[in-house]
Design a protein around this ligand. Structure first.
Ligand SMILES: Cc1ncc(C[n+]2csc(CCOP(=O)(O)OP(=O)(O)O)c2C)c(N)n1
Ligand SMILES: [Mg+2]
Length: 272
């Protein structure tokens, strides 16, 4: 399966997960599909049969409400059976709506309280440096999430400690729960802020392009002395037309059986 096919499969699984439960964080799950696909397929060192292997690379999805996207990727890579996806958020499930490291094989940190996962990623990167285990620590934050004060405290600590094993993504999809970022609380100029806080910054014009994400990650591997922030301009709801069209209203959506079928039809057409 090439990356494009992989992303289509992930989108089908995300809509199946959320459509089966009936409601969920669809917009911010769909915006990070290409980031996850390129990370897991081209860069990360992991073993689905030994999810807690010493020295593995980590991914901390600090915007923990994107659990459905991460679960789809982990299932397709063999961390657990794909049938689990249809249990999303149901009582007794191993796949709660927000990521939980104590429930799901392959989840490296429990997240969902925005801002906290990023701090954990910084701490894990420091720990990895102290252990000299050569792991890379990846993390993804939301643009709304980056309004949290905790993000900036952790970002200072990361650059102060020269954590060049830490590679972060800002999922710059322009929207948060209550509307557009520029209306609620602008984070502009985002890249300049991260540079001023002592980070390398790589800007990705289209964060829903696997090629552009791959170019950014290739460069990030060789940058030294500072942590790296990849500012990825993504589209919230990308790849499923009715979700994308809902714009700022696609943060969490009810998905009917008809919408689920319609989305699967669309995605099957894109495959051909
Ligand atoms: C500390 C905290 N405050 C509020 C929330 C509720 N919440 C969940 S998602 C979200 C919006 C996040 O926006 P963004 O980071 O841009 O996420 P994305 O667009 O990627 O879905 C909010 C306010 C939370 N999970 N944690
Ligand atoms: Mg956002």
């Amino acid at each position: 399966m090439n990356l494009k096919e992989f992303c289509l499969q992930i989108r089908k699984d995300i809509i199946q997960e959320i459509g089966t439960f009936g409601v969920g964080h669809i917009g911010g799950s769909l915006s990070i599909v290409e980031i996850l696909a390129v990370l897991y397929n081209n860069y990360m060192n992991f073993d689905p049969n030994d999810p807690k292997k010493e020295g593995r690379d980590r991914l901390i999805v600090s915007k923990g409400h994107a659990g459905p996207a991460v679960y789809a990727v982990l299932a397709n890579l063999g961390f657990f059976d794909k049938s689990w996806l249809l249990t999303l958020n149901k009582p007794g499930t191993n796949l709660p709506s927000h990521c939980d490291m104590n429930k799901t094989p392959g989840i490296d940190m429990t997240t969902g309280s925005l801002g906290q996962g990023f701090s954990c990623a910084v701490g894990i990167a420091l720990g990895s440096k102290l252990k000299h285990d050569n792991a890379k620590i990846y993390t993804i934050i939301g643009d709304g999430e980056s309004q949290e004060g905790q993000i900036w405290e952790a970002s200072m600590f990361a650059s102060h400690n020269r954590l060049d094993n830490l590679i972060a993504f800002l999922d710059y999809n322009g929207a948060q729960i209550d509307g557009e970022i520029i209306d609620v609380c602008s984070i502009l100029p985002a890249s300049d802020k991260w540079r001023t806080f002592g980070w390398h910054v790589i800007e990705v014009r289209n964060g829903n392009s696997c090629e552009e994400i791959d170019d950014a990650l290739r460069l990030a591997q060789i940058l030294e002395n500072k942590p790296c922030m990849i500012v990825a301009n993504t589209t919230k709801g990308f790849g499923i037309p009715f979700v994308e069209k809902a714009g700022v209203n696609n943060h969490s959506m009810n998905i009917s059986k008809e919408q689920l079928e319609m989305a699967l039809d669309e995605l099957n057409k894109q495959e051909r």
